[in-house]
Each structure stands twice: as structure tokens, then as C-alpha cells.
Design a protein around this ligand. Structure first.
Ligand code: C2E
Ligand code: SIN
Ligand code: SIN
Ligand code: FE
Ligand code: FE
Length: 378
């Protein structure tokens, strides 16, 4: 990010910047006028799970609240805003939330010494989709003329946000349609896709601090991990569903699922006229790099560990973990113990990212919960 302060509406609507960058830019402009606004963030609402989670944030102190999640039904104060469609001003956190109303979020806000906040619910038509938060370390800053100014920015941010989400969703829908249509989901069940999403996110969260990952990156990995094998659509059933070992020719065919997948992704991004720089790059890297291995033994390019994008290293581990722990046409399910030993061998051989494997293995409870919750039907 450069640091010029003068921006026109036109440059803000540039689609080439990713959402985090745009929000940071917005924050910069707001701070140019009101320097006491220390944080601007968006928390995304997922109606399916009733979870509210940070999607992007911008913070002058760089201490983002990573991967914060809360069930809306557990936060009545925010729930009220959704029902009334009203914004909320908290002028002094210490007075408003004395003791009784504590939650992870309010605790965190206290910890960061945010004293006042302005919260705006964002709707897409009649559907609640997100909260926009402005936080300040000073009390009583949100006075009427400032609110009018912030509302303009809220409109703009909401607009950018909804545009981005609509584009990402249309992409995902297209991919699901394509995979449904091509019967790949008979083989790669919905549960497999869910497990890939959840394991990948679990790993990403576990290394978020070490690799300095934004919540937006983590959400995109979660969203796109299920697409890693989209190229299998183009592999003939006699190879894909073979119950025994593949011969040399069949392996040649199977290996092509990576290049095929990349072609499909590129085509789709092109067809949809999507301009989602960071999102489509993450998606493409996952498809292109999920069979690369740190020692250069992977395919198609034989990259070494540092050359493999992190999102691909993460999904590779989720893929191997899931392939080993479940039954496939060519193998039975392994015991958890054997799976762990195999992953550790892969790390020792320099083939998988050690920190990412550690993140998955350390999160035993979450890992096994995902396994159980999205188990294949027997
Ligand atoms: P998949 O079943 O989704 O397996 C994904 C990846 O899990 C494999 O990619 C491999 O990296 C890892 N994996 C599977 N078994 C083992 C194992 O015993 N040890 C370790 N360390 N890793 C393992 P890979 O090998 O590139 O295979 C890609 C796809 O090719 C597989 O996807 C599967 O669809 C197919 N495939 C692989 N082996 C066979 C086979 O023996 N017979 C048949 N019919 N298909 C196979
Ligand atoms: C929360 O805990 O997520 C929000 C509490 C509040 O600001 O109402
Ligand atoms: C968040 O959960 O990070 C958004 C809440 C806030 O910034 O006030
Ligand atoms: Fe694959
Ligand atoms: Fe796979």
C-alpha cells in the first residue's frame, strides 16, 4: 500500500485491489480526517451456521483479531441491531459493558483499549450479511457530523464488499454446477468437499500467526480447497474408479488432472469476467500446486518447498490426510495412528510443510470432529 491521502471515488472503485487493501485504503482516508478512528473492520454473517466472523479488518496498530467467531444468537446486543436495522453508537465501552455483557469480542476490544465504537449492519436487500465496525481508543468521539461522514463510507464499503462476495459466490456456484454436471461428485462426495474445506481452514488458522495470514486469506483457502481436484472431471472412469494400482499409462493420464483443472479455472475466471485478483490467484494456486512436494518430487512442475504457494502446501496436507483417513476405490481407510506416522514421514523427507502438518496434528480435537461430522456414508 502506498500512502498518498487524496483519493477520488473513482480510484476506490478499482476492482484490481483486493478487499483488505481496499478497506485499508478506506481507513487511511477516514484517518486523514478523523485520526481517532483506530480500526475499521467487517464481520461476515453466515446464515447457515449463524456464525459471525471477521472477514477483513484494517487496524492502525496491526493487531488484528484473527478468526474471531461468535454465534449471533449468543450476542443479543448485535442481534438487536439486525432486527431493528439500526446502527449503534457505543460512546464509552467501560460504562456500556460494565461486567455483565462480557464476550470474547468485548474482552478483546477492552484489551485493545477501544473505548467507543460505531456499528452498522449491512443488508443485501432484506438479508443481513455483515457488520461494519468503526472503533476508537478515545471515548465519545462519534458525534453527529462524524457519523454522517462515516455513513457515506459505510455505503461505499458495503457496496465493494457485496460486489466481491457476489463475484466469489458466482464463481463457486459455477464450479459446483460444473462438478455436479460432470458427475465428479458421485466420486468426490459432498462430505469429501466439506472435509477438504474444514481441514484446510484448520491448518491455515494454526499457522496464521507464523505466516502472518489475514482472515480474508484463510476464508479464501476454506472456500477454494474443495476445488483442488476439479480437473478429475476430465479423467476417464476406467482410471478414476480403478480398484487396483494404476499402471504407467494410467498414471500419465491421472497426473493430467492438475493441468486440466488449471485450464478449467482460467476458462471460468475468463468467462465470468471476474476481476478478483487475490481470490482467483489463491484458487488457481490451490489447483495448480496441490501435488507439488517440498523435495521437488511432486507434479506437474517439481517445485521446491519455498516455491510452492502456501495455500497449495496447506491443501496438499488436507488432501493427503483425507486420502489416508478415508476409503478410496484403490485403498481402505487407515487408522489415525498410521496416518499421523505417514504425515510425519513426509515432513521428515521434506515433502510437506512441517508447520502446517504440526498445525493439523496439534488440533486433534477439531480434526477428529471434522472427520466424524463429515464422515462418508457407509
Ligand atoms: P486421492 O485419492 O485424492 O489422493 C490424494 C493424494 O493423497 C495422492 O495424490 C497422494 O499424494 C496422497 N496419498 C494417497 N495414498 C498415499 C499413501 O499411501 N501415502 C502417502 N504419503 N500419500 C498418499 P497422488 O498420489 O498424486 O494421486 C492422485 C490421485 O490419483 C488420487 O487422488 C487418486 O484419485 C488417484 N490414485 C492414486 N493412487 C491410485 C491407485 O493406486 N489406484 C487408483 N485407481 N487411483 C489412484
Ligand atoms: C460481540 O461480543 O461480538 C459484540 C458485543 C457488542 O459489541 O455488542
Ligand atoms: C471483529 O470481530 O473483528 C469486528 C469487531 C470490531 O472490530 O469491532
Ligand atoms: Fe489431486
Ligand atoms: Fe484430492
Amino acid at each position: 500500500m502506498q500512502t498518498q491521502t487524496v483519493q477520488t471515488t473513482n480510484s476506490l472503485s478499482m476492482t484490481k485491489m483486493d478487499l483488505s487493501a481496499r478497506l485499508a485504503k478506506l481507513h487511511e482516508i477516514i484517518r486523514g480526517r478523523y485520526d481517532f478512528i483506530d480500526r475499521v473492520s467487517i464481520a461476515l454473517y453466515d446464515a447457515k451456521t449463524d456464525l459471525l466472523k471477521t472477514f477483513v479488518s484494517s487496524d492502525s496498530t496491526q493487531t488484528a483479531l484473527h478468526s474471531y467467531e461468535a454465534r449471533i444468537s449468543d450476542v443479543p446486543s448485535l442481534q438487536k441491531l439486525i432486527h431493528s436495522r439500526q446502527s449503534r453508537i457505543v460512546q464509552d465501552m467501560d460504562i456500556t459493558f460494565q461486567g455483565n455483557n462480557s464476550s470474547t469480542h468485548t474482552d478483546w476490544l477492552h484489551h485493545q483499549r477501544f473505548l467507543s465504537s460505531y456499528t452498522i449492519p449491512i443488508f443485501n436487500g432484506n438479508t443481513f450479511v455483515a457488520f461494519l465496525f468503526f472503533d476508537s481508543r478515545k471515548p465519545n468521539v462519534f458525534q453527529p457530523e462524524i457519523l454522517a461522514f462515516l455513513d457515506v463510507f459505510a455505503d461505499l464499503a458495503a457496496h465493494l464488499y457485496l460486489l466481491e462476495m457476489a463475484a466469489v459466490k458466482s464463481l463457486i456456484n459455477t464450479v459446483h454446477l460444473a462438478t455436479d454436471f460432470a458427475r465428479i461428485r458421485d466420486l468426490e462426495t459432498g462430505n469429501h468437499l466439506d472435509r477438504m474445506a474444514k481441514y484446510s481452514r484448520l491448518i491455515a488458522r494454526g499457522v496464521a500467526e507464523r505466516y502472518n495470514l489475514s482472515d480474508e486469506f484463510i476464508e479464501h483457502v476454506h472456500l477454494f480447497a474443495p476445488l483442488h481436484d476439479i480437473g478429475k472431471v476430465g479423467i476417464p472412469d476406467r482410471v478414476l474408479l480403478k480398484s487396483g494400482k494404476l499402471d504407467v499409462n494410467e498414471w500419465d493420464t491421472m497426473h493430467k488432472h492438475v493441468e486440466l483443472g488449471v485450464k478449467m479455472i482460467d476458462q471460468m475466471v475468463d468467462d465470468l469476467g471476474l476481476n478478483l485478483d487475490s481470490a482467483s490467484a489463491i484458487m488457481r494456486n490451490i489447483v495448480a500446486g496441490h501435488h507439488e512436494r517440498g523435495d521437488g518430487s511432486g507434479y506437474p512442475l517439481g517445485l521446491t518447498l519455498e516455491q510452492i504457494p502456501l495455500e497449495a502446501r496447506i491443501v496438499a496436507i488436507a488432501d493427503v490426510y483425507d486420502a489416508l483417513s478415508t476409503a478410496r476405490p484403490y485403498k481402505t481407510a487407515w487408522t489415525e495412528e498410521d496416518v499421523i506416522t505417514e504425515l510425519q514421514k513426509e515432513v521428515a523427507a521434506g515433502r510437506l510443510d512441517a508447520h502446517c502438518v504440526e498445525a493439523l496434528l496439534n488440533a486433534a480435537e477439531e480434526r477428529l470432529e471434522i472427520q466424524a461430522r463429515f464422515a462418508d456414508p457407509v
